[in-house]
Design a protein around this ligand. Structure first.
Ligand code: ADP
Ligand code: ZN
Length: 739
């Protein structure tokens, strides 16, 4: 059989079949080949050997890899992703490929290394140095101390310029050669002050949880375990020991985290424990760094991979445990094709590789907790913080009363202001959360009511403060304009800003506490490379007193000097038309309160809200996860929402609303016959909440039912019959975001 099925990086395309010409060795699954696609020649990946294929086949042009680039298990995982999420196989395989894989040869960065020639060493050891400058003599001296030579970069660090070395090379005293080098992303990462983990005594709870998980990992069978541990209960320590256990058994650990840039200390801890047997994988690395790390993993040079969602495809071949830390975090869901959920793919990978999958969180997703209750997942629990530190106490501030007393302009309530004041006096640190960026969320004219909407999207523009003046910007398509002084329509000078975001909170804090050192973390303030790392490390070093920011400051940080967390508005997420609003609010508040009191001093959270009675807010204050789950699951059951049923969201785009609605109706008509037999229903079509986005009109509908496979099959059958709607349609299986 000289035929191969190839995945190519073209959106939505299925596998293509090619003939392997005589004389060319049949490439292995996972190897890259060059194949003709239409008028182009593309690099694809071998996925399988088809048993039968239609008549005329084009030939494979070239085989790029002798050894498969992707392990066969990873290819299989990608096929599962393509099938489950209704994405193209090429899209899924693309997510698993290292950067630069589309090029022929993989590229390692080269560095220039200088060594002494024989003449050079003679000269250095007391030979004729006349005619050499002092710098040149110094260079010879330094180089004579190293038998393998020194990279030019290192010489530069020692004050010897490349020019000097170049002149020595011209005289035949120094030889320059190029050497492959590996870029080490840890060099840039803030290295935490790492205590070797052996020296730490685990708490009784930690020991019990570890032993429970270790027993599961030792079986070498597939199992999922939920590690439900309150904030500050020491989950990371358990991950470290599991990784160690697995390493000693000759297997590997995949540790997934939401965003490495936000919690560089976790990577640093693993680096401290496992040295250079750790690789790191996330989108913040340069292509070159990602490439080098990927190949280290592929060569089997590492025992541990720490990475974000795409690391679920890391080319490991002996996985023993996969840890998904903060498993509830929405950043595990990819919001572009292939729209996979990193946690769910991790579970599938664990099943394929007979590994233990540990889902860790203080606020598990409804889905995971449901499975832990039903016994489908094992459950380990950490109910207390390490060293019996108490959880932060939470105080609610009713903002309706505050507005009545202090007027509608209040941003920071009296209670929060005095709590901050106290911490500043005691030289303790404060986090202030508002999960909304920008200065104000809308501007309108008080005379004619004109407001600034995005011309491309149905959304009002967010105002940002900038050095050049005020700018209004769309957070979806990036359209932006300067905010004029007077109304564009009626020229009245009464433009009013409504709603506020982190920039305004920062300004209020600065006005109120002029001597405090204040930093801000949100997507706008950390755009520059290195800005985030610098803000986090300055805060950790005590060079900042107050850090204000979006949910980015709520995630997993361990700052022992923080004794107060202020929440400017707990209600930001509650207004969203999303059945998960209550869950998100509970998670965010519990997590952010969990950042306080992690050191020796007691922590407190002050939470401002307009809805102090709301169950998400009440139960987050009590940090009572079990009660929240009961309450929320009853609501989901009543409304027939996940996790009790499954959802698929389909968005149809068009140049006009009528066109989008027309297509959506056609698609729904085509799906209707499957409903009777398929055990699911269709809701809609209806205008999407963001009915216009980036200039396109959007109509959406949902498939809702108990059996995903049947919904998937109905959609697949529809796509086969109506292939041209594919490009105007987004299918999201298990959607998290339905705007
Ligand atoms: P979690 O991820 O559960 O919120 P962490 O793993 O960040 O908690 O641990 C919280 C803090 O407690 C960290 O500073 C960690 O170094 C420390 N810690 C963990 N285990 C112990 C222990 N057994 N004894 C003392 N300190 C510990
Ligand atoms: Zn827009």
């Amino acid at each position: 059989m000289r035929k191969v099925s190839v995945a190519v990086p073209v959106p939505f395309l299925d596998l293509l079949t090619y003939r392997v010409p005589d004389g060319m060795p049949i490439p292995a699954v996972g190897a890259r080949v060059r194949v003709p696609v239409g008028t182009r020649i593309l690099t694809g990946c071998i996925v399988e050997y088809p048993s039968n294929a239609p008549g005329e086949l084009k030939d494979v042009i070239e085989v790029l890899d002798q050894e498969p680039l992707l392990p066969a298990d990873v290819v299989a995982l990608c096929r599962w992703v393509a099938d489950y999420y209704l994405a193209g196989v090429g899209d899924a395989i693309g997510a698993a490929m290292p950067p630069g894989a589309k090029r022929k040869a993989t590229s390692f960065k080269t560095m220039r290394v200088a060594t002494l020639t024989t003449l050079g060493s003679d000269t250095a050891s007391g030979g004729e140095t006349q005619g050499l400058t002092a710098k040149q003599r110094q260079a010879l001296d330094v180089l004579s101390g190293s038998s393998t030579g020194l990279p030019l970069a290192e010489l530069r660090d020692r004050g010897i310029s490349t020019d000097v070395v170049g002149r020595l090379a011209a005289r035949g005293l120094v030889l320059l050669r190029a050497e492959a080098t590996e870029r080490d992303p840890f060099e840039r990462a803030a290295m935490a002050d790492v205590k070797p983990s052996e020296s730490r005594v685990l708490t009784a709870e930690q020991i019990a949880a570890f032993e429970q998980l270790a027993a599961l990992v030792d079986t070498r069978d597939f199992r999922v375990a939920l590690l439900h541990g309150v904030t500050g209960s020491g989950k990371t320590e358990i991950y470290l020991r599991l990784a160690d256990r697995v390493r000693k058994a000759g297997r590997q650990t995949l540790l997934m985290v939401p965003e490495i840039a936000l919690t560089p200390s976790v990577a640093a801890l693993f680096r401290g424990a496992f040295g250079d047997r750790v690789a790191i994988q996330h989108s913040g690395l340069s292509d070159g760094e990602r490439h080098d790390q990927w190949h280290r993993i592929r060569r089997g040079d590492v025992d541990v991979v720490v990475g974000t969602r795409s690391a679920v495809f890391a080319p490991l071949t002996r996985v023993g445990v996969i840890v998904v830390d903060e498993e509830h975090d929405t950043s595990y869901k990819q919001e572009e094709a292939p729209r996979y959920h990193g946690r769910d793919v991790a579970i599938v990978r664990g099943r394929e590789e007979k590994a233990l999958v540990v889902l860790g969180s203080a606020t598990p997703s409804m889905e995971s907790y449901q499975h832990a209750l039903s016994g489908k997942y094992a459950k380990a629990t950490l109910e207390r913080r390490v060293l019996d530190r108490p959880l932060a106490s939470v105080r609610l501030v009713n903002m309706r009363e505050e507005y009545a007393d202090q007027g509608p302009e209040v941003v920071i309530s009296r209670a929060l202001a005095s709590a901050i004041e106290e911490r500043l006096q005691r030289h303790e640190q404060v986090l202030v959360l508002l999960n909304r960026r920008g200065y104000s969320t809308a501007v309108f004219c008080r005379q004619c009511g004109d407001s600034f909407e995005c011309p491309n999207c149905t959304i009002s523009l967010t105002v940002h403060t900038a050095r050049q003046g005020w700018r209004a910007q769309c957070h979806y398509c990036n359209y932006s304009m300067t905010v004029p002084k007077t109304c564009r329509k009626c020229a009245a000078p009464y433009l009013e800003h409504v709603g506020f975001g982190t920039e305004k909170v920062e300004q209020h804090l600065r006005d109120r506490f002029p001597t405090a050192r204040i930093g801000r973390i949100d997507r706008d303030s950390v755009r520059r490379k290195g800005a985030l790392a610098s803000l986090l490390s300055r805060f950790a070093a005590g060079e900042l007193d107050v850090l204000v920011g979006t949910q980015m400051i709520a995630k997993g940080h361990d700052f022992p000097q923080v004794t107060l967390v202020g929440v400017i508005s707990a209600d930001v997420g509650l207004g969203v038309a999303d059945f998960r609003a209550g869950e998100r609010t509970f998670q965010l508040l519990t997590q952010v309160a969990g950042r306080a009191g992690r050191g020796e001093r007691l922590g407190e959270a002050v939470v401002q809200t307009l809805y102090p009675e709301h169950y998400s807010i009440q139960l987050a204050c009590r940090q009572d996860y079990a009660a929240f789950f009961e309450r929320e699951v009853a609501f989901r059951r009543g409304m027939r929402y996940p996790p009790l049923v499954a959802l698929v969201n389909v968005v149809v785009r068009g140049r006009t609303f009528e066109e989008a609605m027309g297509t959506a109706n056609d698609v729904v008509q085509r799906l209707k016959p499957s409903i009777a037999s398929g055990g699911f229903i269709i809701l809609g079509p209806a205008p999407a909440p963001l009915v216009r986005l980036r200039g396109e009109h959007r109509v959406q509908f949902f498939l809702k039912g108990a059996k995903r496979a049947e919904m998937r099959n109905a959609l697949k059958a529809m796509l086969t019959e109506m292939p041209d709607v594919r490009r105007r349609m987004t299918i999201d299986v298990d959607p998290l975001n339905v705007l």
